[in-house]
Design a protein around this ligand. Structure first.
Ligand code: SAH
Length: 216
């Protein structure tokens, strides 16, 4: 893929589109420049990897739209020393970007197949600070809590209680909330000393957060 003559130009257009849609944090843009989305989109849709559109991945799931990945990453305000939890590994694209920005990423998916394919890509990109788990992520990961940052990339009706409980004081969580088959609202939750502060960021559309483990 990288040897194609038009690769550099496609990448430039990809980054330009991200900036136009409001992804302005230079660290986020740099991470998105380094992690080639083409590697995370296989088969039929590979050609469209640099378009600003969500695309199908195995197990009936989707890799998010790049501008949404950029805006969510930016909203999470990740620092280099942070311990980050991601719910919904999917293709692994979002986790790979987070891994360049923080100390360690724990990423959970309910589909074993997605997790093992993502692990192969993390090795390909030499990302050694990602821990993967096959589990129902709505319970979070109590044994590694509390987290500085939590990103949920599947829609819940409300921010899951266990995840709120596993956020550090001063920590931030970004999560799409709303009915699974409708437009949802992306919200940012900040844990304060005495409670939570909620910010609505934008409308989004994510696959639902589903209970239990997947079949594959
Ligand atoms: N972040 C991904 C896109 C996620 S798509 C990427 O960068 O490609 C949403 C993912 O959430 C799917 O892979 C789905 O299997 C997963 N998911 C849904 N409910 C879940 C749950 N309860 N626990 C863990 N993963 C879940």
């Amino acid at each position: 893929m990288t040897d194609e003559p038009d690769f550099a130009e496609r990448k430039m257009r990809f980054l330009f589109a991200l900036r136009q849609r409001g992804v302005t944090d230079p660290r986020v843009l740099e991470a998105m420049e380094r992690i080639d989305r083409g590697e995370f989109v296989r088969g039929h849709f590979e050609d469209r990897a640099y378009e600003d559109t969500p695309l199908p991945i195995p197990c009936g799931q989707t890799i998010s739209q790049p501008s949404v990945v950029g805006l969510m990453t930016q909203a999470l305000q990740v620092g280099p020393r942070d311990k980050v939890l991601e719910i919904g590994t999917g293709s692994g694209y979002q986790a790979a970007i987070l891994a360049l920005l923080c100390r360690r990423v724990y990423t959970i998916d309910r589909h074993r197949r997605l997790v093992s394919e993502a692990e192969a890509l993390f090795r390909h990109f030499d990302l050694t600070n990602i821990t993967t788990l096959v589990a129902d992520g709505s319970h979070g990961l109590p044994e590694q809590a509390p987290f500085d940052r939590i990103m949920v990339t599947a829609a819940a009706e409300d921010p899951p209680g266990p995840l709120l409980a596993q956020l550090k004081i001063g920590g931030i969580m970004v999560v799409p909330v709303g009915q699974s088959d409708a437009v949802q609202t992306l919200i940012r939750v900040r844990r304060e000393e005495h409670g939570f502060e909620y910010d609505e960021l934008r409308q989004v559309r994510f696959v639902p957060l589903v209970e239990g483990l997947g079949q594959t």
